[in-house]
Write a protein that binds this ligand. Structure first.
Ligand code: 13P
Length: 248
C-alpha cells in the first residue's frame, strides 16, 4: 500500500526568520498522520527546518544538488553535504531548472544516480509544456523523460523513487490540470515504470501531481486512484493552506 506523500516546494521563498515563523505556525496545526509530509526548502533554510521539526515525522528536502561527489564547482551543493545535515529528499529535474538553468535529461540522470548512492530519495519531476500537450506529444515527452532520467538506475533503487508529474502549463499559473488529466498521466507514468522495471516496482512508486494544487482542489486530486501525493508550490508557503492540503 502506497503512503500518500505531500511535499511543499518553497522555491526561492522565505528567509530564515520567515522559515522559523512558518515552522512555529505549522507545528501548532500539524498532527502526524498516515500522510508523509515534507518541505523542500532553499539550502539556507534546511538546517533551520530540520531543527524546528525535530521530533515530528515531517521530512526535509532540498530542491537541487550536484551530481559529482565533490569538486571545483563554484556555487554547487553535493548530495553528501545534504545527507550530513539530515536531508531526506531532493527534487531533481524540476521544470524551472530545466527551463532556466540548463538542466537536461542527462544531468537529471547523473543526479538521480548520485542521490541514490548518497541515500537521498529523489523526487524526479517530469511534465510537458503547453505546446507539447496541444501538439499531442505529452505522453511521448514524459515517457522520454522517464526513460532517459532513469537510465542505469537499478530496480532496487527505483523502488524508493518518487515521481512528480508537473505539467509546465499548470505551474504557478492557477490553471491546474483536471484531476482526470492528472490521473491519466500518472497512470501512464506507472505503466512506463512497469515497462522499465516490473509491476512490483510500479506498484510501489509514489507518483505525485504538481501544478496549482490548492486547498480547494487537493481532495479531488488526491482521490484519484493513480495519484499518491502532491508537490505543492505557492500553497506550501502558507501554513493554513499547506495543512489543509496535508489533511486533504
Ligand atoms: P505551484 O503549486 O505554485 O503551481 O507550483 C508547483 C510546483 O512547481 C511544485 O514543484
Amino acid at each position: 500500500m502506497r503512503k500518500p506523500f505531500i511535499a511543499g516546494n518553497w522555491k526561492m521563498y522565505k528567509t530564515t526568520a520567515e522559515a522559523k515563523a512558518f515552522a512555529r505556525a505549522f507545528t501548532k496545526l500539524y498532527n502526524s498522520s498516515d500522510v508523509q509530509t515534507a518541505i523542500c526548502a532553499p539550502y539556507t533554510q534546511l538546517e533551520t527546518l530540520i531543527e524546528a521539526f525535530k521530533g515530528t515525522d515531517i521530512k526535509i528536502g532540498a530542491q537541487n544538488m550536484h551530481f559529482a561527489e565533490e569538486g571545483a564547482f563554484t556555487g554547487e551543493i553535493s548530495a553528501k553535504m545534504l545527507k550530513e545535515i539530515g536531508v531526506d529528499y531532493c527534487i531533481i529535474g524540476h521544470s524551472e531548472r530545466r527551463q532556466y538553468f540548463g538542466e537536461t535529461d542527462e544531468t537529471v540522470n547523473l543526479k538521480l544516480r548520485k542521490a541514490f548512492s548518497a541515500d537521498i530519495i529523489p523526487i524526479l519531476c517530469v511534465g510537458e509544456s503547453l505546446e507539447e500537450r496541444d501538439g499531442g506529444k505529452a505522453f511521448d515527452v514524459v515517457k522520454n523523460q522517464l526513460a532517459s532520467g532513469l537510465k542505469e538506475i537499478t530496480k532496487e533503487q527505483a523502488s524508493s523513487l518518487v515521481i512528480a508529474y508537473e505539467p509546465v502549463w499548470a505551474i504557478g499559473t492557477g490553471r491546474n490540470a483536471t484531476p482526470e488529466q492528472a490521473d491519466e498521466m500518472c497512470g501512464f507514468i506507472r505503466d512506463t515504470i512497469e515497462e522499465l522495471y516490473d509491476d512490483v516496482v510500479s506498484d510501489q512508486t509514489i507518483i505525485q501531481y504538481g501544478g496549482s494544487v490548492k486547498p480547494a482542489n487537493a481532495t479531488d486530486i488526491m482521490n484519484m486512484p493513480e495519484i499518491d501525493g502532491a508537490l505543492v508550490g505557492g500553497a506550501s508557503l502558507i501554513p493554513e493552506d499547506f495543512i489543509e492540503i496535508v489533511n486533504f
